[in-house]
Design a protein around this ligand. Structure first.
Ligand SMILES: C[S@@+](CC[C@H](N)C(=O)[O-])C[C@H]1O[C@@H](n2cnc3c(N)ncnc32)[C@H](O)[C@@H]1O
Length: 240
């Protein structure tokens, strides 16, 4: 079961006709899974600061694409939503605790919020230089990339604090770290490795070593001896 399928499983869409919101939906990978579940929601509100939803989802009458800043009050009335999912968004928000309070406001009593985040500090790469790998991961989680206002490589583990300090009842904490063996362009491991290289760019010595590291990791992948994993953490919350 993949990440987005697991999120939908945890959201427990247990009857037809629910109103679901995916907050920070991106291209709609979780939205797609929501529509493929045993019970189909009446509406999936796909909320993001920009419309990046896949075309087929935009055309789906059950999907409502909404542009909104999640640092502002959510664009829903009180108790209007049955389920919320939000994956890898909290690190970008100015005040994730306020975001959770807003989630509680718009959920109906008994409604569930499934809030997940990758804990990037847990990135695991096989390589022929473990110390350099550690250095590059440390740099990666310490640097906010140019295209992001905020980032937090430890957000996965911090979700529990956010949950316990929120108005929600904490139903469960889940985590997983799937094994990935691909290192081709577009693979998850490749994307994170590119982030690590970019984070090292302002250090000429480390930058050179990072380029060589990429070459050695690619060779391990070609030999079938490459492994990558990173931990996702998910809290499942119920509005009292
Ligand atoms: C890493 S992507 C995750 C997308 C999707 N949830 C997924 O798991 O594939 C983070 C998403 O959050 C959105 N986002 C970040 N900050 C936001 C904000 N303040 N308001 C609305 N959307 C925001 C970004 O535009 C992006 O689509």
């Amino acid at each position: 079961m993949g990440r987005h399928e697991r999120l939908v499983d945890l959201a427990d869409v247990d009857s037809d006709g629910l109103v679901v919101a995916d907050l920070g939906c991106g291209t709609g990978r979780t939205v797609r899974r929501l529509l493929a579940g045993e019970h189909v929601p009446a509406t999936v509100h796909a909320v993001d600061q920009a419309v990046d939803l896949d075309d087929d989802l935009l055309a789906d009458p059950r999907v409502v694409s909404r542009v909104a800043d999640l640092d502002e009050p959510l664009p829903f009335a009180d108790a209007a939503v049955d389920r919320i999912v939000s994956m890898n968004v909290a690190e970008s928000l100015a005040d994730p605790a306020q975001f959770l309070r807003e989630c509680a406001r718009v959920l109906r009593p008994g409604g569930l919020a499934v809030i997940g985040h990758t804990d990037f500090d847990t990135a695991l790469f096989t390589s022929d230089d473990d110390a350099l790998t550690r250095l590059l991961v440390d740099r990666f989680v310490a640097v906010v990339p140019d295209w992001q206002v905020r980032a937090d490589g430890f957000m996965g583990r911090k979700l529990l604090w956010l949950a316990t300090d929120s108005p929600f009842e904490l139903l469960g904490v889940h985590s997983w770290a799937d094994a990935h063996r691909r290192f081709d362009e577009g693979s998850l491991a490749w994307k994170i490795a590119m982030g690590m290289v970019a984070a090292a760019a302002d250090d000429p010595d480390l930058s050179g070593r990072a380029a060589a590291w990429i070459g050695s990791v690619r060779r391990l992948a070609d030999e079938g001896r490459f492994l990558f994993a990173v931990t996702d953490v998910v809290v499942v919350l119920r509005r009292p």
